[in-house]
Design a protein around this ligand. Structure first.
Ligand code: PMP
Length: 351
């Protein structure tokens, strides 16, 4: 027997590349604009003396700001180190049963990784040929459900009626709705938390609030679910979020005007760039996110275009797996200038 037998072995999630040199970076759905000036102000005015102390254990500065912004009771919110942390805690807390947890075959590729690392049984359900979720598939026995809405990497939005259909047909399971991209044109499932005790809505500040580097995520659900979540959090690591992140997150959430401005700019750029992509012969579903998931026209191959863009210091995302998306590219919406450069590069590659 060797120590190898005692080791938890997993195949980790593969994050998008973070190149060190200056490139046009359209591969990890970051925001092309800086965070709100209020974030800078909050950080600049921070007394570093406070860093001697552990941060707020219940993330009060941030959670109070979130609750007043979203109009949610204080006992219904939970925050973490990016929505990856929040989602991972949700998996650990809510998916401890024996039945398989259900999620689509094409979705955020961290879900199966958490299921593996926490030894949670799971079953993936195929999206239809247009990459849409078939809600009726989610009426079988399960130990939980997780839906990214809008979905990633497809960018496809499911209406709140369909989300409610899934939640109401799974009253014996917790349904997690991952709304990482909801601010780019979708309708939130947040009101469902009042009506259903089995739904959790997860959000992030990494995309629409331009704070990927701060690692801030949060979720909402009825008080009982949030209590279970806190019990698990306090059993793993009580002080998850650091003091600067709590201050930065609270400042960002209060600056609604800036948030509306940058999200509407991104949506405008998405519309304009989408038209150009169509002109080049790409096909794609209407996106409700800050990216477009598009298939190049024959005879061009996504993997080849990906490499040739990279040679020009333009990074987009290409997934080799699952096979049925290997002919697509996921392109984050950057500034108008970045999208102009990308368009010209694509035109040259595809001439
Ligand atoms: N959910 C989805 C669907 C995502 O695409 C991402 C970004 N990789 C996340 C959650 C996690 O984002 P973060 O941890 O930065 O909040």
């Amino acid at each position: 027997m060797s120590f190898e037998e005692n080791i938890r072995r997993v195949t980790p999630y593969t994050p998008g590349e973070q190149p060190q040199k200056k490139v046009i970076k359209l591969n990890t759905n970051e925001c092309p604009y800086p965070p709100s000036p209020a974030v800078k102000k909050a950080l600049d005015s921070m007394d570093t003396d406070v860093l001697r102390l552990y941060p707020e254990v219940a993330c009060d500065t941030l959670n109070d700001a979130l609750c007043s912004y979203y109009g949610v009771p204080r006992e219904c919110v939970f925050s973490g180190v990016g929505s990856d942390d929040v989602l991972s805690m949700c998996f650990l807390t809510f998916f401890a049963g024996r039945e398989p947890v259900l999620f689509p075959d094409i979705t955020y590729s961290f879900y199966d990784v958490w299921a593996e690392v926490y030894r949670i049984p799971y079953e993936t359900l195929p999206l239809d040929e247009n990459f849409c979720i078939r809600t009726q598939d989610y009426r079988k026995k399960n130990g939980g459900v997780v839906i990214a809405n809008p979905n990633a990497p497809t960018g496809v939005l499911l209406g709140t009626d369909s989300i409610e259909d899934i939640v109401s047909h799974n009253k014996d399971s917790v349904v997690i709705v991952d709304e990482a991209y909801i601010d780019f044109g979708g309708e939130t499932a947040l009101p469902l938390i009042e009506k259903y005790d089995n739904v959790v809505v997860v959000r992030t500040m990494s995309k629409s609030r331009a704070l990927a580097g701060m690692r801030i995520g949060y979720c909402f659900g009825q008080a009982a679910l949030i209590r279970y979540l806190n019990d698990v959090k306090y059993s793993v690591n009580s002080y998850t979020m650091n003091t600067p992140a709590l201050a930065a997150g609270a400042a960002a959430i209060r600056d609604d005007e800036y948030f509306r401005d940058i999200t509407s700019r991104i949506i405008k750029t998405r519309t304009a760039f989408g038209e150009r992509l169509r002109e080049l012969g790409f096909t794609f579903n209407e996106s409700s996110t800050n990216f477009i998931f598009a298939k190049p026209p024959a005879p061009f191959e996504a993997s080849d275009i990906f490499e040739r863009l990279k040679e020009r210091d333009i990074f987009v995302r290409h997934f080799k797996k699952p096979e049925r998306i290997a002919d697509h590219l996921r392109i984050t919406i950057g500034t108008d200038e970045e999208m102009d450069t990308l368009y010209l590069a694509l035109k040259e590659i595809m001439k």
